[in-house]
Design a protein around this ligand. Structure first.
Ligand code: HEM
Length: 165
């Protein structure tokens, strides 16, 4: 039977109490390897997703895979684009979790997040219209330039986060 503080330390209630008083540690923040490994996933993820979008945008501008229509490129690459995006966003959230205060207070990080939300909204709304069969080629070129600029701003936002640390 449990006999108080100096008694048996195996009491489940006492053990549970001690367990819940321990500070919660983020394993990604304490391991030296976690950050560089997460960055590798982050870079691979966004290279895949932005790479797929760039193929469509270059095609809209008249370069690259000219044997296929922009809609065909989008269709065959949509799974790659989405998988890359999921990996980039998930690994980005884990990178962020290693030091939330540092990133939250970094205005370049905040600007990158705003650009990311705009780029995602643009990608799944206006940009799609440029792929429809009746879309005007000149409007398609303008949308391709805006799409490339938005995604590049997210990439450069990511690169320059480190400048303000
Ligand atoms: C497709 C979307 C994204 C792109 C293109 C992108 C781009 C980048 C780039 C280029 C870097 C610098 C990598 C390096 O220099 O090694 C970076 C780092 C980082 N990203 Fe992203 N990112 C994306 C999404 C996210 C998301 C959703 C988050 C978090 C919510 C995030 C958080 C971070 C953090 C915390 C870093 C580390 C910054 C540092 O300390 O150097 N990213 N990202």
């Amino acid at each position: 039977m449990y006999t108080g503080e100096s008694g048996c330390c195996q009491c489940p209630v006492a053990l549970a109490g001690r367990y819940f008083q321990m500070p919660i540690q983020n394993p990604f923040a304490t391991s030296e390897l976690a950050f560089p490994i997460l960055e590798c996933f982050h870079i691979a993820g966004f290279a895949l997703s932005i790479g797929m979008t760039a193929l469509i945008d270059f095609r809209l501008l008249g370069f690259g895979l000219r044997d296929e229509t922009p809609a065909e490129i989008a269709l065959s690459g949509q799974l790659w684009m989405l998988s890359g995006l999921v990996v980039a966003i998930f690994s980005g959230l884990l990178l962020f979790s290693t030091d939330p205060d540092k990133y939250y207070l970094n205005w370049i990080f905040d600007a990158k997040m705003v650009c990311l939300v705009i780029a995602l909204a643009f990608n799944y709304t206006v940009h799609r219209k440029a792929l429809s069969p009746g879309a005007s080629p000149s409007a398609g070129r303008r949308l391709a330039v805006v799409s490339l600029a938005l995604w590049l701003s997210v990439v450069f936002g990511g690169i320059y986060i480190a400048l303000l640390q």
